[in-house]
Design a protein around this ligand. Structure first.
Ligand SMILES: *[C@@H]1O[C@H](CO)[C@@H](O)[C@H](O)[C@H]1NC(C)=O
Ligand SMILES: *[C@@H]1O[C@H](CO)[C@@H](O)[C@H](O)[C@H]1NC(C)=O
Ligand SMILES: *[C@@H]1O[C@H](CO)[C@@H](O)[C@H](O)[C@H]1NC(C)=O
Ligand SMILES: *[C@@H]1O[C@H](CO)[C@@H](O)[C@H](O)[C@H]1NC(C)=O
Length: 256
């Protein structure tokens, strides 16, 4: 009976890990309720026009578009919020309405490119000058790293699923295979989620940029933050790594 409990615990943990990763994968593939709420990283640019107005004493309200169905990446106007997922990024004019880019396997996290490609040319020149020298602007670096991380997360998800499936067969050999899959999957998820965490932290450097005078600094209004998808990926990693122990015990002690 204790063996069954052990197997059951391992199965539930790897199932939870896999389900969490499936939700992470659907984040930002479209704007319906569930995918909309799941993203790896978020960029809030709703206060950006105010910062431009302060540094250039010009009204910059027309930098934004209110048209939720305007396409992305064609200088149709900046949106208020940008959310980045594993396959696409979406941009929202308010809390519920927005537009997503094309779906790409191994989508790169390129926050600067995403916002600059929505602004009119004169605004993107100003933006380039304001954020120059930050990691936020270095789309090549952020993009390459997060693309590599994507493949780790995909393989980690597959390993979690295989650990779950082989564990259901219930004999010592399949528990051994499940143990291997859960160890491999945990390592892959850990590497992938660590890379994403570091890239988000580095791009958060843009949050500290100020405009205005030295005595009266004003935040730039481009604010990067961590999305729920990153926390879900960390949780998936924890579940899978914890499942290694009961799989290993089952592998050595199961008498089925
Ligand atoms: C965006 O930033 C503004 C100002 O910092 C804040 O008031 C607002 O709640 C943020 N919105 C979201 C969706 O994070
Ligand atoms: C919003 O954008 C779409 C797509 O470009 C366009 O067809 C539509 O006419 C625009 N709506 C408004 C109110 O400008
Ligand atoms: C999305 O795909 C369409 C059709 O393949 C293409 O015309 C468009 O430029 C793409 N958009 C972006 C933002 O890459
Ligand atoms: C968001 O914007 C859309 C389109 O502009 C509009 O139809 C909708 O009512 C807005 N929603 C909120 C909560 O402001």
């Amino acid at each position: 009976m204790r063996g069954e409990v052990c197997v059951g615990t391992a199965t539930v943990l790897s199932l939870v890990s896999m389900i969490l990763m499936v939700f992470v994968h659907v984040g930002q593939i479209n704007t319906s309720v569930v995918p909309r709420k799941i993203s790896m990283a978020r960029v809030n640019v709703s206060e950006y026009s105010a910062a431009l107005q302060i540094s250039f004493a010009d009204p910059f309200d027309d930098i934004y578009t209110n048209n939720a169905s305007a396409p992305l990446g064609v200088k149709a106007g900046l949106r208020q919020f940008y959310e980045f997922g594993l396959y696409s990024h979406c941009a929202y004019v308010n809390s519920s309405h927005g537009m997503c880019g094309n779906l790409t396997v191994g989508q790169q996290y390129r926050p600067y490119d995403a916002i600059a490609s929505d602004m009119a040319a004169n605004f993107s020149l100003i933006t380039a000058a304001l954020v120059s020298g930050t990691t936020f602007e270095d789309s090549h670096y952020l993009g390459q790293a997060t693309q590599a991380a994507y493949w780790m997360l995909l393989l980690g998800t597959i390993c979690a699923a295989l650990a779950l499936l082989t564990g259901i067969l219930k004999n010592n050999l399949t528990f051994f295979v499940s143990t291997l899959f859960s160890i491999a999957g945990s390592l892959l998820l850990l590497i992938g989620v660590s890379i994403w965490t570091v890239m988000i932290k580095k791009s958060e450097g843009v949050n500290d940029i100020t405009v205005g005078t030295q005595s009266n600094p004003w935040p730039l209004g481009i604010v990067v933050s961590t999305g729920s998808g990153l926390y879900m990926t960390w949780a998936a990693f924890v579940c899978l790594v914890v499942s290694v122990v009961p799989y290993m015990i089952s592998c050595c002690t199961y008498r089925g």
